[in-house]
Design a protein around this ligand. Sequence first.
Ligand code: SAH
Ligand code: SF4
Ligand code: F3S
Length: 477
Amino acid sequence: MMFENKIIDEKKQGSALLINKKSSKKDKKVYIESYGCQMNFSDSEIVASILQKIGYETTRDIKLANLILINTCSIREKAEQTVRKRLDFFRASKNKETTIGILGCMAERLKSKFLEEEKLVDLVVGPDAYRDLPNLLKEVNDGRKAINVLLSKEETYADLSPVRLDKNGITSFVSIMRGCDNMCSFCVVPFTRGRERSREPKTILNEIKDLESKGYKEVTLLGQNVDSYLWTGGGLKKDFQKLSNEAKKNSTNFAQLLDFVAKNTSMRIRFSTSHPKDMTDEVLHTMAKYKNICKYIHLPVQSGSSKILKLMNRGYDRDWYLNRIKSIKKIIPECGISMDIITGFCNENEQDHLDTLTLMKAVKYDFGYMFKYSERPNTLAERKYNDNVPDKIKSRRLREIIDLQQKHSLEQNKKFIGRTCEVLVEGFSKKSNDDFFGRTTQNTVAVFPKGKVKIGSTVNVLITSCTSATLLGKIIN
Ligand code: SAH
Ligand code: SF4
Ligand code: F3S
């Protein structure tokens, strides 16, 4: 879904965030490091906002911080190992005055066990309990360890103005819902993020308008399953069919939310993640209707084998998925499509693996995020099935999937050569200060000589060549 390159992300040292004002070490300064999905990065901005109200400034310099927070991810074992290693590093540098807190999904999964296992940690806070941070910090200041991992049926942090961290001033995230009710058998998220809740449309638009007034040009609406978004006045997700006629009329589904947001702002709009079982043609038609909704869908498939999809409890089979792809290609022919795939899930045999490869060939994704199955404690798969594909086979299958995807990405990118694409300029290219980079509506990165344009402008770029990851070209307006 919602990830930069996730494989790389886990190896990377997270990313650190900030606003720097001159001040001494005595001031309240918080250093926040975030791991995992965009939701977590977005949550860190909510945390910064809550802490700002009690006088904390964010800093990028860990040495200046008296509060260090790690917003953690539990999605795969490796993601948790990365955080443990990071704690080892902090162990070496912690002094008496520094408070170390664990936020996010590992906090929720491990609860008080975290305090037992990692003695240097003072504070453990789950994703729905961030409003309690001021109280919890008081407890820590009084010399006690503090923990709040209560999950909520209502919390959407709708009224808070996130402090934009890691900002380029051009693109930003806006959470539209929290939690997940799906119970995919491999997935830890329903346990760490709780039940699904949608956020009030008005507050979503207000946040987007605020970003727009500050010069931002693009927002990504975030949720674990945006197609399941349903505003009915607050609280847990309700069954639409069981609503009264009056309530049905007053509700807002995802297609309606997209419509509402697209017509009330000129910002570019993206969203993540779509779920194949819930993605409707109504959403596709709304995307087609508005120029400012980007033509890009991240539609995780996880496997091309109906047998495995059933074991994964994904709620669709291969044919259903391919039918959704057919709809996308019919209603939005120019749409970029990406995926997530898990290889080596319980009982996956060579035929199932081949089914995944043939599905990839049928879809021809623009790009994808591909993972080896990692068993997570307490999930349905951990309780019911055997993690019985040997690691060596998982690695080989993953290699084959990645190689095929790279071939497809190159083929898909080559199709743009000779065409002109509209690109929102996001910043300098990684390789050269003479070049800018930005994204096409399909979410493909384009790099081009910067000429006289400014970051934040939208330019027409003639694509002249490409790699499997990047389009290369020149500005023509
Ligand atoms: N809500 C999104 C996915 C969020 S997790 C959706 O349903 O599409 C992001 C991705 O991590 C998943 O799509 C899946 O490919 C991968 N993932 C989740 N649990 C995993 C596990 N136990 N092992 C390996 N990959 C996993
Ligand atoms: Fe996990 Fe499935 Fe929910 Fe995605 S939809 S977060 S994979 S349980
Ligand atoms: Fe996101 Fe990782 Fe939690 S993917 S929801 S931070 S387990």
